[in-house]
Design a protein around this ligand. Structure first.
Ligand code: NAD
Ligand code: IPM
Ligand code: MN
Length: 359
């Protein structure tokens, strides 16, 4: 059966990095992977072309796709848009919400070749392999009421941090199951010393624990978790947390692996449909220069093959190809040591393809 893949390049470096990842997808196709690939606009590019960051036609194609590959959205050009519903980021949030992509997997894995590129000492990160499970369709990102309004003669802004038991249980199960397949350690990150919503979060995680007796559950406050991530990151195996804490902690964890340009992600719904994207943004500061690191996006293709297409072997082949180019010393600027030679986005794509073909 032919599977449908939708590619959403987006803004900034989005088109540059998805172009390289699409070449890897095409190489899989040439090896017999039965897929049909289509592109559609999202984010600022879609707003400019059609007046909406998530046009109906893009959403319809996304619903019909077996898997989606997204580059990144956003940029200074659209930051001044008054209507928050028209902002590029709303295109991404709308896709996540509309498709019910509540389970966000963000693996922070250190390729040993990049130990020197990490912002921590090599001995602190050698062998680092953390899976952050971030709840993606709830929490303060989506809670109601929200807004900016006039109160007592001045404007106030407000958002609502809310999770239902069902939402917590659903992401908790994803995390416990992930821990069972990995090192059997799960750390739930919250702010249960202050926020009721995360007191409930902690309670639900505790309630689930007896169903997964082989998993050791621990809890940590988010401020401590941020500190522990940069103090001794290897203490973590699987981390489960809410939408906003997960956003912040995953960017911090990314740097431990050398660069945010190395961190892929999968966002899954209850029927196994997934959207795959690098954890980083549209990097307006380097857009259009052919210097962005495409590896997070290429590794997101590997996650797509593993989690949505049931093609673990092809996924491993891509990951091995990435390992090979790093062994060969290829570095985009973000992962290069000072003074060493760097390659372009495109040259990195060429090298991954060549390594993929050579296997
Ligand atoms: P960012 O991740 O775009 O960039 C942060 C820094 O990391 C920049 O210096 C950038 O050059 C660098 N960087 C990011 N990806 C890189 C790569 N692949 N290779 C080399 N360097 C890379 O975050 P930001 O600057 O806070 O946000 C810029 C825009 O992106 C904003 O509009 C924001 O809303 C949006 N954003 C989108 C997504 C997404 O689409 N998933 C994620 C985060 C931010
Ligand atoms: C991410 C991004 C998004 C988020 C933004 C662009 C909406 O930072 O995917 O990490 O906050 O989830
Ligand atoms: Mn983020």
């Amino acid at each position: 059966m032919t599977r449908k893949i939708l590619v959403l390049p987006g803004d900034g470096i989005g088109p540059e990095i998805t172009a390289q990842a699409s070449r890897v997808l095409a190489a899989c196709q040439a090896r017999g992977l039965d897929i049909e690939v289509e592109e559609a606009p999202v984010g600022g590019a879609a707003y400019d072309a059609e007046g909406s960051p998530l046009p109906e036609s893009t959403l319809a194609k996304a619903r019909a796709a077996d898997a989606i590959l997204l580059g990144a959205v956003g940029g200074p050009k659209w930051d001044k848009l008054e209507d928050i519903g028209k902002r590029p980021e709303k295109g991404l949030l709308g896709l996540r919400k509309e498709l019910g992509l509540f389970g966000n997997l963000r693996p922070a894995l250190l390729y040993p070749q990049l130990a020197e590129a990490s912002s921590l000492k090599p001995e602190l990160v050698a062998g680092l392999d953390i899976m952050i499970v971030r709840e993606l369709t709830g929490g303060i990102y989506f809670g109601q009421p929200r807004g900016i309004e006039e109160r007592d003669g001045q404007r106030v802004g407000y958002n609502t941090y809310v999770y239902s038991e069902a939402e917590i249980e659903r992401i908790g199960r994803v995390a416990f199951e992930m821990a069972q397949k990995r090192g059997k350690k799960l750390c739930s990150v919250d702010k249960a010393n202050v926020l009721e919503v995360t007191m409930l979060w902690r309670e639900v995680m505790e309630r689930l624990a007896p169903e997964y007796p082989d998993v050791e559950l621990s809890h940590m406050y988010v401020d401590n978790a941020a500190m522990q991530l940069v103090r001794a990151p290897k203490q973590f195996d699987v981390v489960v947390t809410g939408n906003m804490f997960g956003d912040i902690l995953s960017d911090a964890a990314a740097m431990l692996t050398g660069s945010i340009g190395m961190l892929p992600s999968a966002s899954l719904n209850e029927s196994g449909q997934g959207m795959y994207e690098p954890c980083h943004g549209s990097a307006p500061d380097i857009a259009g220069q052919n210097i962005a690191n495409p590896l997070a996006t290429i590794l997101s293709v590997a996650m797509m093959l593993r989690y949505s297409l049931g093609e673990a072997e092809l996924a491993e082949r891509i990951e091995a190809a990435v390992g090979q180019v790093l062994d060969d010393g290829l570095r985009t600027a973000d992962i290069a040591s000072t003074g060493t030679e760097t390659v372009t986005t495109e040259a990195m794509g060429d090298a991954v393809l060549a390594a993929f073909e050579a296997q």
